[in-house]
Design a binder for this molecule. Structure first.
Ligand SMILES: Nc1nc2c(c(=O)[nH]1)N=C([C@H](O)[C@@H](O)CO)CN2
Length: 121
């Protein structure tokens, strides 16, 4: 299985369960592993035949700016659904970290996998 990677993408969004969190934006850090067969793009050197990580980052940043939820779980689930609808992603692992939410921890968050993991060839 081939993966397109996005590591530590910083996005700003309104997120949190407490009243004070409804009045500010907070930064989330996202890691994504996106399954796709990279061989057609590699053979032709054509961006149209792979997942364009720049376009996906841009979409994620816009998604974060226009959404407002309480839980990181909700953010992760809705983002994964949106990306799978809009891009040809067979399977993804999405990790959402909320740095500073718990002062004693470097970050807290969730990691989800959605879709069908392609067979390794
Ligand atoms: N499993 C979760 N636990 C908590 C969340 C969350 O989104 N998922 N959120 C909070 C608060 O918003 C916290 O991040 C504020 O510091 C608490 N627990």
């Amino acid at each position: 299985m081939d993966l397109v990677l996005i590591e530590s993408l910083g996005v700003d969004t309104v997120i949190g369960v407490y009243d004070w969190e409804r009045t500010i934006t907070q930064r989330l850090l996202l890691d994504l592993e996106l399954a796709t067969d990279i061989r057609p793009a590699a053979a032709s050197d054509d961006i149209a035949l792979t997942l364009d990580y720049a376009a996906i980052c841009e979409r994620i940043i816009a998604f974060a700016a226009e959404h407002d939820v309480a839980l990181v779980e909700t953010f992760a689930e809705r983002l994964a659904e949106t990306l799978r609808e809009e891009f040809a992603i067979a399977w993804l692992r999405l990790t959402v970290r909320k740095p500073g939410a718990v002062p004693a921890a470097a970050a807290v968050g969730v990691s989800i996998q959605r879709g069908r993991q392609p067979e390794t060839q």
